[in-house]
Structures are given as structure tokens and as C-alpha cells.
Design a protein around this ligand. Structure first.
Ligand SMILES: [Zn+2]
Length: 317
């Protein structure tokens, strides 16, 4: 109840914010399907997840459970169906830290397989030394974006079925993603691609797409999206020979898919001074950047959907 009241309050202020920035759904740079993306709902979802009442959404905590209830409500509201009998896919956290829970939904396509897995982790690092780490960019942003894109796909389906997974316990070991890959709800061989969103709000004009180094067939698809994206979409951060810290291949949940031989596209922004600090707050998000990134990712998902099947991935170099 508290959360619902909060959402209403936030919706109002975000709508005003959106109007003042001139955000609207008729960008000429992107395809017609992108118009259905609701920028106010997108920002509202982020702001609710990044609210102090979620206590930093650490896996196995009450704040994490609260975030999950909010997300399940958002899914139900959008009439998105679970992949199994319900959304929850639970797994054991290490060191007696309780239970992690992924949320798994299915957006049927025109064909029954192969699948695209659209993912984002909703957990963050919780409360430390009495300070709440709200994780607005990491990764309330990706969670809100994945949800909003799923809502669009619910009304305008992709050709391929899309499995939406909101991962728990990414922080400290990609545990939700590893569990998904270890006990997949569909055969791994039927998953053509993972599209993973982690830290997608604070683009400052530049959004990165990783994965094409490992699966070169992705490159022309992503480049065609970059040509018409509302912000700069750059390919990279995926080369093993990059300087320390520049290769993000294993840095988020897509790493678990990559380890299983599944091609991935990772969308994210450069690290910023608020990364894993209590200052990673909603207030630091530039709505125009975030909405631009969401439109770009939706356009990319459409293009990738149209480009499947990709040639099999090359052996790691
Ligand atoms: Zn993250």
C-alpha cells in the first residue's frame, strides 16, 4: 500500500519532469514500434525501485522481497504471463544468506522457438553502515527498461518468443543468472540470444553495446541501429585483450550466458563516480538519456529479432 501511494506521487512529479524536458513518443529517429514506449512509466518504475523504502534491494532481504512484489505487480498489471506456473524461480544463496528469487515471464512470439532472453538484475547491495545504496543506475534502470520493453512486446509481439528474466543476486557473483543457466526453464540450445541490461540510465549521450566481438554477426545489426539511434550507440567493451577493466564480458549476468556458449548483447554505460556508492540515486538520472537509451534498446531488440537465426558463435579467441 505504501508503495502504491508512493508510485502515485512519483508519477505526478515524473510527468511534470517529462513534460518540462519535452519528452514525447514521436521521435523521428526510431521505428513505429518504439512509439509505444511509455517514458513516464519507465521513469516511475526506476524511481520506485530506487526509493529508500526498498532498502537497496539486497538478495535475501526484506527490501529485495518488497522490490520483487512491486515488480510482480507491474508484470500482472501489464498482463504479462509467467513462463511457468508463477513468476518466481527460487534458488539457495551461499553462506546461509537465504533464498534468491528470479522473476521469469514469457512474451510469446509468432514462432515457438528459438527464444531471446531479455534480462536485467533487480538486486543491489542493500544497506551498509546505516546507508542505503539505492542503485538507481545499478540496476533499477535496467529492470525498469526491461519491464517497459516487455510491456511493448506484450502488445506488439516479436517474431521470436522473448523470455523476460529479472535476476536476483547479480551483485557478488551473477548467482541468479548462473542458476537460470544451470536449471533453464527451456533447453539452452533453444536460446538464441541474451540481451542483458545493467546500468543503462546514465548514458551522458553514449550507450555501449557489448558482445559483437564474440559473435561478429551481431555487428551489422547493431550498427544499423546505431545509425538511427537517438543517442550514440557504440560497440565495444567486449575484447579480452582490452586493458584491465575494459572488457565487460564477465561483469554482469550476460557472463553466465556467454559461459554457456549463448551469444549476448550487453547494454550499459561507462562507470561513473556514483557506481556502488550510496549516491547512485534517482536524482542523478538524466531522464532524456534514460528514455533515449530505452528507445535504442527497443529498436535493437526489434532488429536482433529480425536478424535471427545468427550463424553459430565462433570458437573463443
Ligand atoms: Zn549491476
Amino acid at each position: 500500500m505504501k508503495i502504491r501511494t508512493l508510485a502515485l506521487v512519483v508519477t505526478g512529479s515524473v510527468a511534470v519532469l517529462g513534460a518540462s524536458l519535452g519528452l514525447r513518443g514521436d521521435a523521428e529517429t526510431v521505428s513505429q514500434t518504439v512509439v509505444a514506449l511509455d517514458s513516464v512509466r519507465l521513469l516511475t518504475t526506476l524511481s520506485v525501485l530506487a526509493h529508500d523504502s526498498m532498502e537497496g534491494r539486497a538478495a535475501g532481504t526484506e527490501g529485495g522481497a518488497r522490490a520483487r512484489r512491486f515488480l510482480a505487480g507491474r508484470l500482472a498489471e501489464a498482463r504479462i504471463e509467467p513462463l511457468g506456473t508463477n513468476f518466481d524461480a527460487a534458488f539457495e544463496l551461499p553462506e546461509g544468506r537465504g533464498t534468491g528469487v528470479n522473476l521469469v515471464a514469457l512474451l510469446p512470439g509468432a514462432v515457438s522457438s528459438p527464444y531471446i532472453v531479455l534480462s536485467a538484475h533487480y538486486d543491489h547491495v542493500g544497506v551498509r553502515d546505516g546507508q542505503i545504496y539505492n542503485g538507481a543506475d545499478d540496476n533499477a534502470s535496467g529492470t525498469a527498461m526491461a519491464l517497459e520493453i516487455a510491456r511493448v512486446l506484450r502488445s506488439e509481439p516479436a517474431h521470436h518468443p522473448v523470455i523476460l528474466v529479472l535476476f536476483d543476486a547479480e551483485e557478488g557473483g551473477l548467482r541468479g543468472a548462473r542458476h537460470f543457466v544451470a536449471e533453464p526453464p527451456v533447453p539452452l540450445a533453444d536460446i538464441a540470444l541474451n540481451v542483458n541490461l545493467d546500468m543503462v540510465a546514465r548514458a551522458e549521450g553514449v550507450l555501449w553495446a557489448g558482445g559483437a566481438f564474440h559473435t561478429p554477426a551481431l555487428r551489422p545489426v547493431l550498427e544499423s541501429v546505431a545509425d538511427r539511434a537517438p543517442l550514440a550507440l557504440r560497440l565495444g567493451h567486449d575484447r579480452p585483450d582490452a586493458p584491465e577493466g575494459d572488457d565487460w564480458t564477465t561483469q554482469s549476468d550476460h557472463g553466465a550466458f556467454h559461459a554457456a556458449g549463448i551469444p549476448f548483447v550487453y547494454f550499459g554505460v561507462e562507470d561513473h563516480p556514483d557506481y556502488h556508492r550510496p549516491t547512485d540515486d534517482f536524482e542523478a538520472v538524466n531522464p532524456a538519456d534514460f528514455v533515449g537509451a530505452a528507445r535504442t534498446v527497443l529498436a535493437a531488440l526489434r532488429a536482433l529479432d529480425a536478424a535471427l537465426p545468427l550463424p553459430p558463435p565462433e570458437a573463443p579467441r
